[in-house]
Design a protein around this ligand. Structure first.
Ligand SMILES: C[C@](O)(C(=O)O)[C@H](CC(=O)O)C(=O)O
Length: 297
């Protein structure tokens, strides 16, 4: 019997190692995360907004759009997925529906944050917060709503950038008390702030290895040594893709041909292998259809 993704995430979190979850915004990149051998995966909200809307992370995606995207990533990767669920998309009753919708999508856990809606990327200026008690009620509602006790609820606070470290840690304690399984203190700016976070908590801590440069770029050993349990790398796959696509299209525009770049990019074969064409052919063979397609591609 296959182990539920929620159980697998719980087992990873209970294990001795730092859990590393590269972020993606779509099913294709989810395949690459699985192929590379990671144990867990993250759905970035900033990346999802970029890929689905071509817009910045300022609270434009709806709950259903986010859960739909998450379901596709969970399916394509086969890995336990931690998904960005922004603010939970409303008050406690909205949060309950959010939890159930993400659960149904096959997600293993979500983080919800204490920003006011419309929220913005945690590494941008101009954030505003809801009161800590309001957020605590949302965390309680999230925990009550889950059908699967293994579904992981992560409370994120954006208070550090708004009200400072003491306020952020006070909020973290309130969210722990409300039942959060993990705590995500957004955008620590230096080693002193980074170190203070896991030390102050009673629950495991999430480290956001964001690309903004506001949080120092730490190695997995350094992140683990500080006492964090889960590290997300939201946008590095997407940022790599932007550079690669720009280079390829720039060459096409400049030279009018692709002949000189085909060896530098993924081949047609690699593309279909990555998408699971071999497995599709096996299924076709098992069900006796499409004899003609069972050739090498
Ligand atoms: C974690 C995050 O919410 C995301 O959308 O992935 C972003 C990450 C980023 O923009 O680098 C965040 O607000 O930190």
């Amino acid at each position: 019997m296959t182990v539920r993704p929620t159980r697998r995430l719980r087992e990873l979190l209970a294990g001795p190692d730092l859990v590393i979850a590269p972020g993606v915004a779509d099913a294709l990149n989810a395949r690459i995360v699985a192929e590379t051998g990671f144990d867990a995966i993250y759905m970035t909200g900033a990346g999802t907004t970029a890929v689905r809307l071509g817009m910045p992370d300022v609270g434009l995606m709806t709950m259903v759009e986010m859960a739909d995207n998450a379901g596709r990533i969970a399916d394509a990767s086969g890995l336990p997925l931690i998904a960005d669920a922004d603010t939970g998309y409303g008050g406690p009753v909205n949060v309950m529906r959010t939890v159930r919708t993400f659960e149904k999508a096959g997600v293993a856990g979500i983080h919800i944050e204490d920003q006011q809606w419309p929220k913005r990327c945690g590494h941008l200026a101009g954030k505003t917060l809801i009161p800590a008690e309001e957020m605590a009620a949302k965390i309680r509602a999230a925990c009550d709503a889950r059908h699967d006790d293994d579904f992981v609820i992560i409370a994120r606070t954006d208070a550090l950038a708004v009200d400072g470290m003491n306020a952020a840690l006070d909020r973290a304690a309130i969210y722990e008390e409300a039942g959060a399984d993990l705590i995500f203190v957004e955008s620590p700016r230096n080693m002193e702030e980074i170190s203070a976070i896991p030390r102050a908590l009673t629950k495991p801590a999430l480290f956001n290895m964001a690309s903004s440069g506001k949080t120092p770029f730490l190695s997995k050993e350094e992140i683990a040594a500080e006492g964090f349990k889960l590290a997300i790398y939201p946008n590095f796959a997407l940022l790599s893709a932007i550079s690669a696509v720009r280079k390829t299209l720039g060459e096409l525009k400049r030279t009018g041909t692709v002949s000189h770049i085909v060896n530098d990019i993924a081949s047609f074969r690699e593309f279909f292998d990555l998408m699971g064409m071999k497995q599709v052919q096996e299924m076709e063979a098992r069900y006796g259809i499409n004899e003609a397609s069972r050739v090498d591609y």
